[in-house]
Design a protein around this ligand. Structure first.
Ligand SMILES: CC(C)(COP(=O)(O)OP(=O)(O)OC[C@H]1O[C@@H](n2cnc3c(N)ncnc32)[C@H](O)[C@@H]1OP(=O)(O)O)[C@@H](O)C(=O)NCCC(=O)NCCS
Length: 183
């Protein structure tokens, strides 16, 4: 199945998750990775991003069977406020797994519940449509907001990986969380 070639449109009251197009990529999306505040808790922002680099990434995931990337749109004016994804969709001993990620790049929209809502919508989609059994995510141990949201959505903490990555010369601990499909 070519996941990202499908016209996906998951509607909720205030936000929707939708298949992205080229205008979205060169519009707002690429700029979020140049904002130190937005990327503070992400393994991103090491290099300056450009529309061209973002388009390369988009074209790669668009044709991939291991990635599903959807835009988060604010319904009232159809603004692209973020992106959520399941990456590295794989089969591990008969169990279909994927890695969850999210960025709300438009900071005006932080703290209004949309991250939680998008997180729930994407995990439901992964379980019910992509047929994934287990969703994993890795969160910086200092990222209290994401840890709170992940736990609210039902993710369980599995392990702490000390010094998992280096960012701006500092070692970062990350927490692995997991959510299993209810069967
Ligand atoms: C993480 C992110 C998706 C959260 O989205 P959001 O729309 O701001 O989240 P919500 O409003 O749904 O919920 C945030 C929760 O964290 C809480 N929170 C925010 N900052 C906090 C802090 N410093 N300490 C503790 N809790 C905090 C909020 O109070 C809220 O909890 P509540 O609903 O119980 O009040 C968004 O901030 C984001 O995209 N950040 C940049 C990219 C990023 O870090 N991605 C995640 C990588 S794992």
């Amino acid at each position: 199945m070519k996941i990202n070639n499908n016209q996906i449109n998951i509607q909720d009251k205030e936000i929707s998750l939708k298949t992205l197009n080229q205008q979205d990529v060169v519009g707002r999306w690429w700029q979020w990775f140049n904002d130190k505040e937005v990327t503070k808790y992400m393994n991103k922002g090491h290099y300056r991003n450009t529309p061209e680099k973002q388009l390369d990434f988009f074209n790669k995931v668009k044709n991939s069977n291991q990635d599903c990337v959807l835009g988060i749109f604010y319904n009232k004016n159809n603004i692209h406020i973020g992106t959520t994804a399941i990456h590295n969709i794989r089969n591990e001993s008969g169990i279909k797994k994927g890695n969850f990620g999210i960025i709300i790049g438009e900071k005006f929209f932080w703290g209004k519940g949309y991250g939680t809502q998008a997180w729930k919508m994407m995990t439901n989609f992964a379980f019910n449509t992509l047929d994934i059994n287990v969703i994993e995510t890795k969160v910086f141990s200092s990222n209290e907001s994401s840890l709170k949201v992940a736990k609210k959505v039902g993710f369980e903490q599995k392990k702490l990986i000390e010094n998992d990555i280096t960012k701006d010369g500092k070692k970062i601990d990350r927490i692995v969380l997991e959510l299993k499909k209810n069967v």
